[in-house]
Design a protein around this ligand. Structure first.
Ligand code: ASP
Length: 345
């Protein structure tokens, strides 16, 4: 099932472009391209102008930086890390400084990164003192024989790298927005019987996980994802974002993928790898594979995904009301959007 999703150009420009685009039949492929997400969720369309401006300007800034870096010849992995670090420094998003709160009021951050050329990958889960988890994930990939470090082990690995990893107290991640979201959630939980759903946060909350997928000018793909997880998550809970094959995947032969949504569902269905496998085994294009998994495997409200292939075809599929997202390429595309057809905002 393909949905006719529309994306508006950034900064209120009037042109409308198809959400998922293919170069297979018409124009030559772009030399480079990237897609970014800032979380899917059930954001009500009447969000405050301040919140809308914060999310879209954050996307625009990250997209501009990513495109400039690609234009300068940076490899895909560097661009993924750069874009995600920018968003980890922006408290509008649920990653880095804006990471949401666990049920006990702390912050546990997850991130992963993958190189489509070599299938090298690295990830960290449940880190509490690392300013940029995506950077630590990359160091796991490049400096160890392993793929995933969690909690105390990830902190010890960061310790071993000294000044190469920026460390902060856990309170660095406290923001008024995330504290208020946790309080509202705990009040609701006190009123209602205990929720059995993985995500019982405010349905109108933008989830804010960030991710990036890149095709560089050398023809290589990379993907990364970074998150604080779900508001009110249990101590020690890890979602899909640091799980290679669930929240993140990249393979030059197929696609680069970053997911956002209810992590338990993305783990259950190995969403990122499933999209790649559909391309490999069934010959689907990246947009079709993303749409099938988001609309036929997952259920409405679970979340969204971004994807890209080596021809620069892009996918931005979601089964929530909105997904904060941006897409750009060497041919001048520069689009930022939240809603399916967000002209009514
Ligand atoms: N997938 C993330 C998690 O479950 C959250 C999100 O993307 O909103 O941790």
């Amino acid at each position: 099932m393909r949905t006719a999703l529309l994306l508006f150009a950034a900064a209120g420009a009037a042109c409308v472009s198809p959400l998922n685009t293919s170069h297979a039949d018409s124009s030559p492929p772009p030399a480079y391209a990237l897609v970014i997400h800032g979380g899917a969720g059930y954001p009500s369309r009447d969000m405050s102008p301040e919140q809308y401006a914060g999310l879209t300007s954050g996307m625009q800034g990250a997209l501009s930086a990513g495109l400039a870096s690609l234009e300068g010849g940076a490899p895909a992995l560097d661009v993924v890390e750069l874009v995600i670090q920018i968003l980890e420094s922006d408290s509008n998003f649920n990653s880095g400084v804006g990471a949401v709160c666990t049920a006990n009021g702390g912050h546990e951050l997850d991130a992963s990164i993958m190189d489509g050329e070599t299938l090298a990958c690295g990830a960290v889960g449940g880190v509490t003192t690392v300013e940029h988890p995506i950077a630590l994930a990359r160091l796991v990939m490049e400096e160890t024989r392993h793929v995933l470090f969690v909690a105390d082990g990830a902190e010890a690995f960061a310790d071993s790298l000294g000044d190469r990893v920026s460390r902060v107290p856990n309170s660095f991640f406290d923001t008024e927005r995330t504290k208020a979201s946790l309080k509202a959630l705990l009040d609701r939980r006190a009123d209602e019987s205990a929720s059995k759903t993985a995500d019982d946060s405010d349905p109108n909350e933008i989830k804010g996980t960030v991710g990036c997928v890149v095709l560089d000018s050398y023809g290589h793909l990379a993907a990364g994802t970074s998150t604080g997880g779900l508001t009110g998550k249990s101590f020690g809970r890890i979602g899909d974002s640091p799980i290679i094959g669930a929240g993140t995947y990249a393979d030059d032969e197929t696609c680069a993928i970053s997911c956002t949504g209810v992590g338990e569902e993305y783990i259950r269905y190995a969403v990122a790898r499933d999209i790649s496998a559909r391309m490999e085994y069934l010959g689907m294009g990246v947009a079709e594979a993303c749409d099938v998994v988001i609309h036929e495997v997952l259920k409405p409200g679970d979340g969204g995904v971004i994807g890209i292939d080596r021809q620069g075809n892009v996918a931005m599929s979601f089964n929530t009301t909105g997904m904060v997202r941006a897409v750009g390429n060497s041919q001048g595309r520069f689009d930022v959007g939240i809603w399916e057809g967000f002209e009514d905002l």
